[in-house]
Design a protein around this ligand. Structure first.
Ligand SMILES: [Mn+2]
Length: 200
């Protein structure tokens, strides 16, 4: 499944595929761009199927409702919502187009890479664990970004050995998406990625 969200500041593309034999995806995502910012989130519910989806879709709903808050308060709201659920790993990312700055907060194995045209790679190291409703410490990353930078957020269903190389070639997100295709066919797990390029 592919969804596209774009405006004059950003172009994004979402790809999602269920685990083999599953009719419900345990991963969920949220993405929204307006004149000021891009908000995106990816969550991987523990396990698979409907119970996994219950957790990850609750995260999606919270990000949608509280998208105006900062990434750390949103992720804490998501954590609270996991109390009577299985739990999930999640990443929340915002790009502020006016400040040309990104903020990122994450727990668990959802990963994020940003590649700038100057060659710099921004890759916050994943923090182990998952959102479970228990008290949790967060680390919020802030970084400036360059026009033309490409990024990806993805769940562990996508097993790419050299994700940096895929982003580095300076290709459009459609071409990058095509180059990721061979890594999406095993279907050992639910798979979600958001690919994007900053245009301004
Ligand atoms: Mn997974």
């Amino acid at each position: 499944m592919i969804q596209v969200e774009e405006n004059e500041h950003v172009q994004t593309l979402v790809y999602q595929l269920n685990k083999e034999g599953k009719s419900i995806c345990g991963d969920s995502f949220f993405i929204k761009a307006n004149e000021e910012e891009l908000v995106c989130a990816v969550a991987d519910g523990l396990g698979s199927g409907s119970l996994a989806n219950e957790s990850s879709s609750a995260i999606k709903d919270i990000v949608k409702t509280y998208a105006d808050e900062d990434v750390e308060s949103i992720i804490e709201r998501c954590n609270q919502a996991m109390r009577n659920k299985r739990g999930a790993t999640a990443s929340i990312l915002k790009f502020n187009f006016t400040k040309r700055e990104l903020t990122y907060c994450s727990i668990g194995n959802v990963r994020f890479f940003l590649h700038s045209p100057s060659g710099e790679v921004f890759h916050p190291l994943p923090i182990s664990g998952y959102l479970s409703g228990k008290p949790q410490k967060y680390k919020t990353y802030t970084s400036s970004y360059e026009k033309g930078a490409t990024f990806i957020i993805y769940t562990d269903g996508l097993e790419v050995p050299h994700i940096r190389t895929c982003l580095k070639q300076g290709h459009s997100i459609e071409v990058i998406s095509k180059s990721l295709h061979p890594y999406t066919t095993s279907r050992r797990d639910d798979l979600t990625y958001i690919l994007g390029q900053l245009l301004s």
